[in-house]
Design a protein around this ligand. Structure first.
Ligand SMILES: [Zn+2]
Length: 395
């Protein structure tokens, strides 16, 4: 090990061979172990360390350990909550004791703090925006890429036209702030149970027609399954009085039944075929996974948030086996603890010891880029070397 920083070494003219436990170049699958030869600030070669040592005997080798890859993507977060303190609590305590209790901290200032964090990490973002003022603050930033999804709520069917009209106005207003290579606008109907069936249809049809990316929270807590099966349970009991209809059947425009799941509901409503990105997807049936695969929807999993709020565990290997694109998100710092997608990946690797870690790494980088509609970043010969490709620097 050397005390020189990677920047010092790339200024030197002798080539450097960085070796790591994992390499993902953005092309093909991830490899283990892997290495990159850097010469005069440019990538000269990537591949297995043995081959690189053979081809570049003059290169100075630096074992960086960990990962060499383009920065991962944080595909789902709530940046406007970045000033919140983190607290792990069961879901139905976390909402009042953390989200509501700290609501004064939510807003534009917090969103800028979160955006600064991700910009410094060079991680693209998929952010759920609750207050349009956040769009005004973040859209002009040139140091971020990804999607800002403007959130819409409205469980009462009679609100659908008004809420939809307001959403369209906001999108029209803020689209002029989009930059060609900067952040893009998207929409996010909040969840299957907080947006009425007619509003969900209006928003998803609009998003499909306008080419707007869409995210929706689905099947986060086990009680969401219970709600669609019975029309009752803790999720319904904890709703804010007055804001929802008397009966859950009014929200979804049909009678709950034992085999009805949030995913089947979205499918039969015609929303799934608009290909929204489905966030969480923890509490699902085998049939749900088939429906998602058939519709071609991608999924974002937030393992730390799901674990901290006791929502359950995403069935990663079953979704992967069905060929579904999977990305990683941190959710807000209030449940995910940090905004660094590398932390989320490390947690996922510990949570899924039976999964090939190379698949998880690929999901964090390539899955995230695909979900946000970004070009998949690559590390390839002839391109500039960037220090953020080393996920942990030399000691
Ligand atoms: Zn969320």
């Amino acid at each position: 090990m050397t005390s020189s920083s990677p920047a010092d070494l790339s200024a030197d003219h002798s080539p450097v061979l960085y070796t790591a436990d994992f390499l993902f170049t953005g092309m093909g699958g991830a490899q283990s172990p892997g290495g990159v030869v850097v010469s005069r600030g440019t990538v000269a070669a990537t591949g297995h360390p043995d081959l690189l040592r053979q081809n570049y005997p003059q290169a100075q080798e630096i074992a960086v350990g960990g990962v060499i890859a383009p920065p991962p993507v944080n595909a789902h977060t709530h940046l406007d909550m970045s000033a919140y303190g983190f607290q792990a609590l069961p879901y139905f305590r976390w909402i009042p004791e953390v989200v509501v209790a700290q609501k004064e901290l939510r807003g534009v200032t917090a969103a800028q703090i979160g955006a600064d964090t991700l910009a410094a990490l060079r991680q693209p973002v998929g952010d759920i925006v609750w207050d349009p003022a956040v769009l005004e603050a973040l859209l002009p930033r040139e140091d971020l890429s990804g999607v800002l999804y403007l959130e819409v709520l409205g469980p009462k069917p009679e609100q659908a036209q008004e809420r939809f009209g307001r959403l369209r106005e906001e999108i029209d207003r803020y689209r002029r702030l989009e930059r060609p290579s900067g952040l893009r606008l998207g929409v996010s109907p909040h969840a299957t149970y907080t947006v009425s069936a007619p509003l969900l249809r209006l928003v998803s049809d609009y998003a499909a027609g306008e080419g707007l990316p869409m995210q929706i929270h689905v099947a986060e807590h086990p009680s969401e399954l219970e709600l669609f099966a019975t029309g009752a349970g803790p999720l319904w009991e904890h709703r804010i009085p007055g804001l929802s209809p008397e009966n859950f059947a009014e929200v979804i425009g049909r009678v709950p039944e034992p085999d009805l799941t949030p995913v089947r509901y979205l499918d039969e409503l015609g929303v799934l075929h608009r290909r929204p990105t489905l966030v969480h997807m923890v509490n699902v049936t085998d049939e749900d996974i088939v429906r998602v695969a058939q519709a071609g929807c991608a999924v974002v999993t937030c393992p730390r948030s799901n674990q901290h709020l006791e929502c359950g565990r995403f069935r990663w290997s079953d979704f992967a086996a069905a060929g579904i694109e999977i990305a990683l998100g941190t959710d807000s710092v209030a449940s995910g603890e940090t905004l660094d997608a590398r932390d989320e990946l490390a947690f996922a690797q510990a949570l899924y010891p039976q999964m090939d870690p190379r698949l998880l790494l690929r999901a964090a980088v390539k899955g995230g880029a695909r979900v946000l509609g970004l070009k998949v970043p690559t590390i390839r010969r002839g391109e500039p070397w960037r220090k953020e490709y080393l996920w942990s620097g030399p000691a």
